[in-house]
Design a protein around this ligand. Structure first.
Ligand SMILES: [Zn+2]
Length: 403
């Protein structure tokens, strides 16, 4: 083997919200045609981990149930949200750190490998967590009462919530223990909000003032980073003939920020007339005044659909995502952003986190967002959880239409 190590490691970030730095120290070149097998040992406080290089490939680990176990390591077969699998060798003394990492990265331990005794026993135990698949299809979790737990109960408007003038303020938030999706339970008609004066209650009378305030924030605004990750993902399409539909375009701050950066045809669709007028008259954008509606869109199909904090307001997000899927051309993309309920629920005053506001009928987890997209004919390309500049905990995903 030939060592080809860097004096200064290359540093890059991985994991959700790029939370972990990796230092890349370079390469060791090996030759699989060599007659001799080669060995390389990593040592940490006398705990050794051998890596074997053979003329046919690698021994990825020493014997899992003998040498590794005797050296104080447990070995797990782990799956991530994209269904990629890994073998992880865990220091006996660092199990808590490992579990924390697995939880943060939303990974699932499929099996523990170092307890292997014989084949029959192994097959029986192979998939540890068969029963907790985290796979609730079509968000039908509410039907499975065993998994549903009440999380928060409200009898009056939380102090930081806009006043929608609701007379009988009674609502609950429940959570599916399987996929960690949160459901709002109440009889309040939130649909009314959007048609009447949602824009005024949630954004104030002067839409332009609010718009300028956000624009002035520049890199301190959520929209700045949204536009960056969006354009970064679609970089190779910037100059192509593309049509984009932004569903629930609201203040139009997203469409306005990308309009000079791409050569695409941009269309917004929005139920609130004040927002529509503002987008059309002040920003010169093409905004349709409607809920998502095929007829109003003249049966047009799009290459990209964006949903910025919209799906959580919809009664049936699966149906909604399927409608979006139908509006996409073959192999079209969807960009979706929703509140991250699981992370919000772990905060100190979780009950009053804005992720659980009254107008959110659904609050997602990585698993429930992933499952929802899979259930609606999409393949997830990239999914992440982030903390935004505004303090919001958010999930986003880019997915491609496959059905
Ligand atoms: Zn569920």
């Amino acid at each position: 083997m030939k060592f080809n190590l860097k004096k200064k490691p290359r540093i890059f970030s991985v994991g959700f919200d790029k939370s972990f730095n990796v230092k890349d120290y370079g390469k060791i070149n090996v030759d699989h045609t060599d007659k001799e097998f080669e060995l390389l040992t990593f040592s940490n406080k006398k705990k050794d981990y051998d890596f074997g290089i053979t003329n046919w490939g690698y021994y990825a680990t020493p014997s899992i149930n003998k040498r590794l176990r005797n050296n104080g390591y447990q070995t797990f077969l782990v799956k991530n949200i994209y269904n990629n699998i890994f073998i992880m060798v865990v220091d006996d003394n660092k199990l808590t750190k490992f579990k924390k990492y697995i939880e943060f990265e939303n990974q699932k331990i499929l099996s523990r490998l170092d307890l292997f005794e014989n084949e029959d026993d192994f097959i029986k135990k192979l998939i540890l967590s068969n029963k907790t698949g985290r796979h609730c299809k079509n968000l039908k979790c509410l039907n499975n009462h065993k998994n549903i737990h009440e999380i928060f109960k409200y009898i009056k408007k939380p102090p930081n919530e806009p006043n929608y003038g609701i007379k009988n303020y009674k609502r609950k938030v429940v959570k599916c223990q399987n996929c960690n999706h949160f459901f709002a339970i109440h009889k309040i008609n939130t649909n009314k909000f959007y048609k009447e004066n949602y824009s005024i209650i949630s954004h104030g009378k002067n839409i332009l003032k609010k718009f300028n305030k956000i624009k002035k924030l520049k890199s301190q605004s959520d929209n700045f980073h949204r536009v960056n990750r969006f354009l970064n993902f679609f970089k190779k399409y910037e100059n192509k003939k593309i049509s984009l539909l932004d569903v629930g375009s609201g203040l139009s701050i997203f469409l306005d920020a990308i309009k000079n950066k791409v050569k695409w045809k941009l269309i917004g669709i929005e139920p609130d007339i004040n927002f529509v007028k503002f987008g059309r008259e002040t920003l010169g954008l093409n905004i349709i005044h409607s809920n998502l509606n095929v007829k109003k869109l003249n049966n047009k199909k799009f290459e990209i659909i964006s949903l910025n904090k919209v799906a959580e307001h919809i009664k049936n997000p699966i149906l909604f995502l399927k409608q979006c899927n139908n509006l996409l051309k073959k192999n079209g993309y969807i960009y979706i952003e929703v509140p991250d309920g699981l992370t919000a629920s772990k905060q100190k005053k979780a009950k009053y986190q804005e992720e659980f506001a009254i107008d959110h009928l659904h609050v997602f987890s990585l698993d429930s967002l992933n499952n929802s997209l899979n259930s609606s004919g999409f393949k997830v390309i990239l999914i992440d959880k982030i903390k935004e500049k505004s303090g919001k905990f958010t999930l986003y995903a880019f997915a491609r239409k496959i059905k």
